[in-house]
Design a protein around this ligand. Sequence first.
Ligand code: A3P
Length: 318
Amino acid sequence: SQGEVLPQSNEFQELLQSLPIRKSMMNTPIYLYNGIWIDESCLKAMIAFQQNFQAQDTDIILVTTPKSGTTWLKSLVFTITRRFQYTISDENHPLVTTNPHGLVPFFEIVYPHNHVGTPRLFATHLQYTLLPESIKTCKCKIIYLCRNPRDTFVSTWHFVHKMKSKLDPSWQFPSLEESFDQFCEGVSKFGPFWEQILQYWKLSNERPEKVLFLKYEELKDDIIAQCKKMADFMNFSFSSEEENEGVIKDIAEFCSFEHLSNLEVNKQTEQHSVPWVDNGLFFRKGEIGDWKNLITLSMAEKLDQLVEQKLQGSGLKL
Ligand code: A3P
């Protein structure tokens, strides 16, 4: 089966050649493998991860669609679970000196993973069906985060354009319309995005102790309530003393866009916590509704209709 191919082997090249291929929003090749669109380097790391990773009961796994607030979620979960080891007023707090992606590694970007401390925290953009059995069967927890698809598309578009233009200023991109149509077709990295959202949504209903389902907009709307929800879910509940002392509010402010994006480490254009990506690129505006500044209302409505159709009957609204 495809899952048994060794990443370093000739077989891997054969596998690649056998897969349907398209161009990503960045105009680089992506392959359709077991239901997701993925690039060559992530496919290699993903196969190594699927074959070797052993989950532990205490692991916490953060799953997101790309550009839906992964950086924010990583910083919140790291700060909440490490609050007895590192106080946020400490000028050497790991999040002051390291970009959140340097503390909570992605499964499918680099293998083996370089995580920091306990409990082990990992992140992924992979669909649930692609996770190894040990994650599914042990007691580890999954926090899932998605975002309104209009803003997700627009955030992705800005991200890939900034990244690739810096690496190669003469780089040719597909037009905005082409990129948008392809996103609606489901051909985007780790997409179709609705497949991933639906898998974790269903699971969060069937196994609420396993999967906590969050939305970027809800974090924006009431970060204190969402921090409490996350902490309870991870068995890191805040005590009433902590609540009265304002610990949750302090953590929310510490992980806010304003605070994190102004830290020297996150303004860096030469430091890469994820290969090729400047730390600064993970922070753009951090707002709801910025789609208005890039796509037309008719594009937005087309996307809404598609999403409504895909999510029909699930009880989920985005
Ligand atoms: P915008 O491009 O809309 O500004 P990811 O972390 O999954 O790559 O998502 C990146 C998006 O999350 C970007 O959205 C980025 O600005 C936003 N973001 C990053 N850190 C954030 C924070 N602490 N609070 C809110 N949004 C944040």
